[in-house]
Write a protein that binds this ligand. Structure first.
Ligand code: PMP
Length: 431
């Protein structure tokens, strides 16, 4: 029974934390959507390589060559993990945020951008200097396609257009109809970039199968450590754009001109956007995570996650004060890769409770780490809560006055390393 496959070994399984009620308990990390713990296997791969690392693309020494080979073969591993098309480029970045900002800087002149207001700020905001159409929140996956088609048609003709959409919401965990949105974009001559920050750790992502033009994800949500990310997809816009960062490694040849200026011949490969000494450890870790997830098999990972989702949802459903946040409601089902409509990311509010206090109590009394706030998706959470959040810091959690309705939410999220005991403890604690 694939549901009973053991969780994958991750770091931090034995970390104990003190409880305000006395004693201590092993930490239940239920905030995978923010950052997932690294797989033990990834950590071991990094540790095995660490004594040998050297500068990439720069040295004649044996270890530099070894590191360069490792760095470049990691591109091939990621391309395979994402089922890229021949000719696609894999650019290593710092994160999803970095990847989407890179693409925003590579838009052709006059490019129109279409983005749902429900996006995470990382996919909502990088385009703000372009000609952006913000799309209203759909209430079903099918409506998302209709809204996009209408908006694309209304703004034609255009020389170039880009749609940006998230594959799995970091707030509701609901899957978006990526394949259908890609078909709609292409039917109108637009391109599409998939924010797979929350999708890639939970589902196989096929650039070819979904027919998306680019995909972005982060290492630290894919069971690798912080500091590395990926933008993969069509080479043309990337090759034609100015380098994201100017510097060594991005240029093939630099020479003084007679008029005193400097001529630069930039690379047209992924290196064009990777100036500076690259994060070879982070890239190695991402490639290791891709291999580990592939070997574990997404069929088994998805089945196990469904089992955990069902436990959490059933547990929350037993508590009348709990309201689970959902954009698509019972329609969640238009999935990019199967019939299950969500990943292990569930946000909720508890009547009579301030969400921040609730999350703090889960930590202090039960050793459970969840997230509270607006999850860097303010317009979406505002729609889901049906009320404007108070002024607050970026991604922050506003304080509700005593007796006032809480204006932020609690998010529980989990994945390949989560044992049943963690979600069982969570359900017990909420009860
Ligand atoms: N997109 C989504 C859907 C996310 O959940 C996140 C992280 N919360 C991001 C983008 C940004 O990822 P990062 O912070 O690694 O750049």
């Amino acid at each position: 029974d694939p549901c009973c496959a053991a969780p994958l070994p991750v770091l931090g399984r034995d970390v104990t934390v003190p409880l305000v009620t006395g004693g201590e308990v092993t930490y239940a990390a239920l905030d995978y959507a923010a950052s997932a713990p690294a797989l033990q296997r990834v950590w071991d791969d990094v540790a095995a390589y660490a004594p040998y690392y050297g500068s990439v693309h720069r040295g004649a020494g044996y270890l530099s060559q070894l590191s360069t080979d490792l760095f470049e073969s990691s591109r091939a591993t990621v391309a395979e993990f994402l089922d890229c098309r021949p000719g696609d480029q894999v650019v290593f970045t710092r994160s999803t945020t970095d990847s989407l900002n890179l693409l925003a800087r590579a838009l052709p002149a006059g490019c129109r951008v279409f983005v749902f207001e429900t996006e995470h700020h990382a996919s909502l905001l990088p385009w703000r200097d372009a000609d952006v159409t913000y799309l209203d929140a759909p209430r079903t996956p099918a409506e998302a396609v209709t809204i996009l088609e209408r908006a694309l048609a209304a703004r034609e003709p255009y020389a170039a257009a880009l749609v940006c959409v998230t594959g799995a919401s970091n707030v509701t965990g609901e899957l978006w109809p990526v394949r259908e949105l890609a078909a709609a974009a292409h039917a109108h001559g637009a391109r599409i970039v998939l924010d797979a920050a929350q999708l890639a750790p939970h589902h196989p992502v096929s650039v070819t199968g979904l027919d998306v033009d680019w995909v972005a994800f982060s290492g630290h949500k894919l069971y690798a450590p912080f500091g590395s990310g990926v933008l993969a997809g069509r080479a043309d816009w990337l090759q034609e754009a100015d380098p994201y960062l100017a510097g060594g490694g991005a240029s093939r040849r630099v020479a003084r001109r007679e008029d005193g200026g400097v001529d630069v011949d930039w690379h047209t490969t992924a290196a064009r956007h990777e100036a500076g000494s690259p994060n070879v450890i982070g890239v190695h870790a991402i490639a290791s995570a891709c291999r580990a997830l592939t070997e574990a098999g997404f069929d088994s990972l998805v089945a196990r996650e469904r089992h955990l989702i069902a436990k959490v949802r059933a547990g929350l459903a037993e508590v009348p004060e709990v309201r689970v946040l959902s954009l698509f409601g019972d329609d969640a089902g238009g999935t990019p890769s199967g019939s299950w409509g969500r990943v292990g990311v569930i946000s909720f509010v508890v009547e009579g409770w301030n969400s921040s206090h609730f999350a703090a109590a889960l930590s202090a009394e039960y050793g459970i780490g969840v997230r509270d706030g607006l999850f860097c998706a303010h317009p979406l959470v505002r729609t889901l809560l049906g009320s404007a959040p108070q002024e607050q810091g970026e991604c922050g959690a506003p304080e509700a006055a005593p007796g006032e309705r809480s204006l932020n939410a609690i998010r529980v999220s989990f994945g390949a390393g989560t044992p049943d005991e963690h979600v069982e403890r969570f359900v017990r604690a909420v009860r």
